[in-house]
Ligand binder design. Structure first.
Ligand SMILES: N[C@@H](CCC(=O)N[C@@H](CS)C(=O)NCC(=O)O)C(=O)O
Length: 386
């Protein structure tokens, strides 16, 4: 990293309790790039520039805006190759992106569930959000908190298939992840060796600002998976210069101890992505799908996640023939190969000119916010909370 680059201040806009803000902060802290985090900002500018009202929004010192943690991390990794945030081995890089996507999109539901469906957590987090982002709302604090809780549940838990019938299955994804992580962390301090890399930062999104902090999920983590609790702090506190000093390195290839996570991706996330893509193709706004026999109903179709599937395929297609063979056999062993290709001709239409992270963003709820006239994240709370 050049001196000029390291002196460039960046601003990350996003509230302290945000999943993807925590993920991006961890990468930027690790790379030792100076930055400041600002909870709320007039986001009209960022929406106009990037096409989407979501956090984090990153603003560079030269005024440019970036959106979406996944393409932002790819952009940062290209710009600072010395940090090796994305593994150099293409097959490792492909599987790291698969894990990142799973952590971003599939663990989102349990993270939102533990936050908003348990009273102790919802009470605390709605208080924090109302304070951090709710100044514009001219209603009593208690009403703000009620609106926030309702809005989050209707969009991200009840509105995303969490019901009495799926409750245990939603929580199983978290509990399985804790076990899978505990096994991996028994072998090395990070997911891929003795330095953090993309898979760590991907899982950091749900693990940091949600699972390790929201009271119910945090209690489970502390009591059943202390090694994961320790890993959360380790990632947050890690710095590239220290890793370089002690010669931190990555293991060879894709470690066997990633197998159980890949099995989960094959039996949960990829079948969900297929059902979502099928719904998108048939222009259904909602769809039902059974995942490991749990009956998810009335899930909102997400064009963003159709794009996620396309991106995974694109990442596979750029591998060389030999790398593709290696990746395919691993994907087959873990039940990921068939669902990766099951749905043909998805055509999400997201970011056709590949402008991300600078433009062309779409939110995961699939609302084309750039056209909605909304100026800020918080007013959406008001609109949706009514
Ligand atoms: N794919 C995006 C997702 C960003 C995202 O969904 N952020 C949430 C907060 S953590 C958000 O802004 N939600 C908007 C809303 O709730 O309206 C990323 O990786 O940055």
């Amino acid at each position: 990293m050049s001196e000029t680059d390291s002196a460039v201040p960046m601003t990350i806009y996003g509230p302290e309790l945000s999943y993807f803000t925590g993920k991006l902060e961890a990468v930027i802290r690790y790379m030792e790039i100076p930055y400041q985090r600002v909870a709320a900002a007039p986001m009209g500018e960022s929406i106009a520039a990037t096409g989407v009202a979501q956090v984090p929004a990153l603003q560079l010192a030269d005024g440019r805006w970036l959106t979406d943690s996944t393409p932002i991390i790819s952009w940062l990794a290209e710009r600072y190759p010395g940090a090796q945030v994305i593994p150099e081995n293409p097959v490792q890089a492909f599987f790291s992106k698969l894990l990142e996507d799973y952590a971003d999109e599939w663990l989102w539901r349990p993270a939102m569930h533990y936050r908003w469906d348990y009273a102790e957590s919802a009470a605390h987090q709605s208080w924090v959000l109302a304070d951090e982002l709710g100044q514009e709302l001219r209603v009593p604090h208690i009403v703000k908190r009620y609106l926030i809780r309702n809005r989050q549940r209707s969009l991200f838990t009840r509105g995303d298939g969490v019901s009495d019938e799926t409750w245990d299955h939603v929580e199983k994804s978290y509990l399985d992840t804790l076990q899978q992580f505990t096994d991996i962390l028994g072998a090395h301090p990070y997911l891929l060796g003795s330095r953090p890399s993309l898979a760590d930062f991907g899982f950091f999104g749900p693990m940091f600002r949600h699972f390790s902090m929201d009271p119910t999920s945090a209690r489970i983590m502390r009591e059943t998976a202390p090694a994961v609790f320790e890993w959360v702090a380790r990632v947050w506190n890690e710095r590239l210069s220290r890793v370089q000093e002690r010669g931190g390195s990555l293991v060879q290839g894709v470690p066997e101890n990633w197998g159980p996570i890949l099995d989960s991706i094959g039996s949960t996330y990829l079948p969900y992505l297929c059902a979502n893509a099928e719904a998108w193709k048939s222009q259904s706004e909602y769809f039902d799908v059974a995942i490991e026999s749990a009956p998810y109903k009335h899930i909102r179709t997400s064009v963003y996640r159709v794009w996620c599937l396309e991106e995974l395929r694109r990442e596979f297609n750029v591998l060389s023939d030999t790398e593709q063979k290696e990746a395919q056999s691993l994907l087959e062993i873990h039940g990921c190969w068939e669902p990766l290709w099951r749905i043909k001709d998805t055509a999400s239409g997201v970011d056709p000119q590949r402008q991300l992270p600078f433009a062309g963003g779409v939110s995961m709820t699939g609302v084309p916010q750039a056209q909605s006239g909304e100026k800020h994240w918080m007013p959406r709370l008001r609109m949706r909370g009514k």
